[in-house]
Design a protein around this ligand. Structure first.
Ligand SMILES: [Zn+2]
Length: 249
C-alpha cells in the first residue's frame, strides 16, 4: 500500500489517494494510481518491491486523486479497468479527454500469476465504486467508499451518483467478504472491526440528518449539530450536507 505520509487535505490535493500494490509472479496489479504528477513516485515504489511490470490498474472510481495517472500508465502498457458507470462519470467531467478501454458491469475477475482478484461494483461514494478483493491474502481495497484519516472525512459525491443509503449497503457487501485488512481511499489500513465502527458512525450521522431534516432544521443548525456530536460536517464534509437534506427527506 502506498499511503501519503501525512494524511491531510494538502497531501491529498498534491499526491492523491492510496494505492494498493498486488504482486504476482507474472506482473503487478494496482488499485488506483494517484495524480499523474505522482507517476514516477508510484513507479519507484513498485520497483522497490518487485521487478515485475505493472499489468493492470483497477480504478476504484473516477476521481482524479485516484485515476488521473491512469492514462500515462496505459501508454506504458498497463490495462486500465473501471466500472462502466464510473467510466461514464469520467467522460461527463469538463475537459474529459480520455477514459479506460476496459470496463465491467456488476462483477469481474482478474487472473494473473496464479492469483485471483475480484472486482465488485457498488454504489456509495459514486454510482460505480469498485471493491477490489484479494481473497488469497484476505485483503480488500475500498477506494473512497471509506476513508480512515481523521482529517479526510467520509463523504459521498452526489454529482457522481453517490448516495448514503446505498453507502451502508455497499459497506455491508464489503463486510460480507472474507478479509482481515481493508485499504481505504485515504488514511491508514484498518481492521474489520474498524470498518464496522466507521460504518456505524456514518449511519448514525445519516440518521441524525434525517431526523433534523424532518424537523425542518436549517442546514447551518444541522451542520453545527453534526460537528458537535460526531466531529463530522466541517471542511469538505460540509459540502455534502445540502445533498443529504434532499436524499434524506
Ligand atoms: Zn473520490
Amino acid at each position: 500500500m502506498i499511503e501519503n505520509t501525512n494524511a491531510n487535505m494538502g497531501d491529498l490535493q498534491y499526491w492523491g489517494g492510496n494505492v494498493t500494490i498486488y504482486v504476482t509472479n507474472d506482473g503487478v496489479i494496482l488499485a488506483d494510481c494517484k495524480f499523474e504528477r505522482a507517476h514516477d513516485d508510484v513507479v519507484a515504489k513498485v520497483k522497490s518491491i518487485t521487478d515485475k511490470p505493472i499489468k493492470y490498474i483497477v480504478l476504484t472510481h473516477n476521481h482524479g486523486d485516484h485515476a488521473d495517472g491512469a492514462q500515462k500508465f496505459e501508454s506504458e502498457g498497463a490495462q486500465i479497468i473501471i466500472s462502466n458507470d464510473d467510466r461514464t462519470n469520467m467522460l461527463r467531467a469538463p475537459n474529459a479527454k480520455w477514459a479506460p478501454s476496459a470496463t465491467y458491469i456488476g462483477q469481474s475477475r482478474l487472473y494473473l500469476g496464479g492469483k485471483e482478484v475480484q472486482l465488485r461494483q457498488v454504489r456509495g461514494h459514486t454510482r460505480g465504486d469498485t471493491l477490489v478483493y484479494y481473497p488469497a491474502d484476505r485483503v480488500i481495497s475500498l477506494g473512497d467508499l471509506m476513508t480512515t484519516a481523521e482529517t479526510i472525512p467520509n463523504i459521498v459525491n452526489y454529482a457522481d451518483g453517490g448516495n448514503w443509503t446505498d453507502w451502508e449497503t455497499s459497506v455491508n457487501a464489503a463486510l460480507a467478504l472474507d478479509w482481515d485488512t481493508a485499504i481505504p481511499g485515504h488514511g491508514p489500513a484498518v481492521t474489520r472491526q474498524q470498518v464496522i465502527a466507521i460504518r456505524d458512525k456514518m449511519v448514525a450521522v445519516r440518521e441524525r440528518v434525517r431526523a433534523l431534516n424532518r424537523e425542518k432544521k436549517p442546514l447551518e443548525e444541522i451542520q453545527a449539530t453534526l460537528v458537535k456530536e460526531f466531529n463530522w460536517g466541517a471542511g469538505p464534509a460540509g459540502g455534502v450536507i445540502a445533498g443529504m437534506m434532499i436524499e434524506l427527506r
